[in-house]
Ligand binder design. Structure first.
Ligand SMILES: [Zn+2]
Length: 278
């Protein structure tokens, strides 16, 4: 049986201080299992803090993942923007690895007016070179392009799984809420099973043993994602997600990106325990 760890996207609201280490301690007290380091604006953490975070996380039994900055576009037409995007991903990966994180996720880029078939090899080439750089530095932290929520963003399930097939050390980050938004809502248990079954077929069962995932409530329109919401205010059926995860014996890290972070992460944890034991 695989281990699924459930936690929050960043420091939980109820932490006594807005520090990563306090966040880790608070999650442990809440009986949650992992935290995503949210480097979404920029990577501010230094080496010294990363060392301390690593020690605290190990001590408290909290696994760590990383979200790289949002300002990433590996399909930019401006070469300096591509370069800056690559640097942001590398910086997030390096400091994440120093903090003991196992996986770094990011939104790979935008299509602009390009055909998705043209964008795919561009992103693949740049991702390959990022992987090589990290490998040369001896860093095995997973690179995980995310399934994105907006139709203007590169990152369908097929694209992300394709990249994972072609580049070793690259794996999918599955955001179920983004998929729900891209599909225009209405997703069911069967849809989530199909996602997992596709990953299993294309990448093998080990891909489901250590899967990096996001989930939250979500508001969406014709072009996909608008914003994240608490589950209670959304039509996102998290029970259906959890049921599919249990039925496929998915392990890895399920990060709750709801605005009420740990409150919704606890709902996920409760649902998981109920279905796993039930
Ligand atoms: Zn994301």
């Amino acid at each position: 049986m695989n281990t699924l760890r459930i936690g929050t996207a960043g420091i939980p609201k109820s932490a006594t201080k807005r520090s990563t280490q306090e966040g880790i301690k608070r999650l442990a007290a809440l009986d949650l299992d992992c935290m995503e380091l949210e480097f979404v604006r920029s990577v501010q953490m230094g080496e010294k803090t990363a060392d301390a975070v690593k020690a605290t996380a190990a001590d408290k039994g909290i696994a760590l993942t990383v979200h790289a900055p949002y300002y990433v576009n590996l399909n930019s037409r401006e070469s300096d923007k591509v370069k800056a995007s690559e640097e942001r991903i590398l910086k997030a990966a390096r400091i994440g690895a120093a903090a003991g994180a196992v996986s770094v996720t990011f939104h790979a880029g935008f299509y602009h007016d390009d055909d998705p078939g043209v964008v795919y090899p561009v992103i693949m080439k740049r991702l390959k070179s990022l992987r090589t750089t990290l490998d040369d530095e001896g860093l095995s932290i997973h690179l995980r392009p995310e399934t994105t929520g907006s139709v203007s963003q590169f990152g369908t399930l097929v694209e992300i799984v394709g990249l994972s097939q072609e580049i070793s050390g690259v794996y999918p980050c599955v955001d179920f809420s983004h998929l729900h938004a891209r599909w225009g809502g209405g997703s069911t248990y069967e849809d989530f099973c199909e996602v997992l079954s596709f990953i299993q077929t294309e990448l093998g069962p080990e891909a489901l043993a250590t899967l990096h995932m996001h989930v939250s409530g979500i508001e969406y329109g014709d072009r996909g994602e608008k914003k994240h919401l608490p589950f209670e205010e959304s039509d996102m059926d998290y029970w259906a997600v959890i049921r599919a995860l249990v039925d496929f014996d998915v392990g890895g890290w399920l990060i709750c990106e709801s605005p009420i972070l740990e409150d919704d992460a606890i709902l996920l944890q409760q649902a998981y325990k109920a279905l796993k034991e039930g």
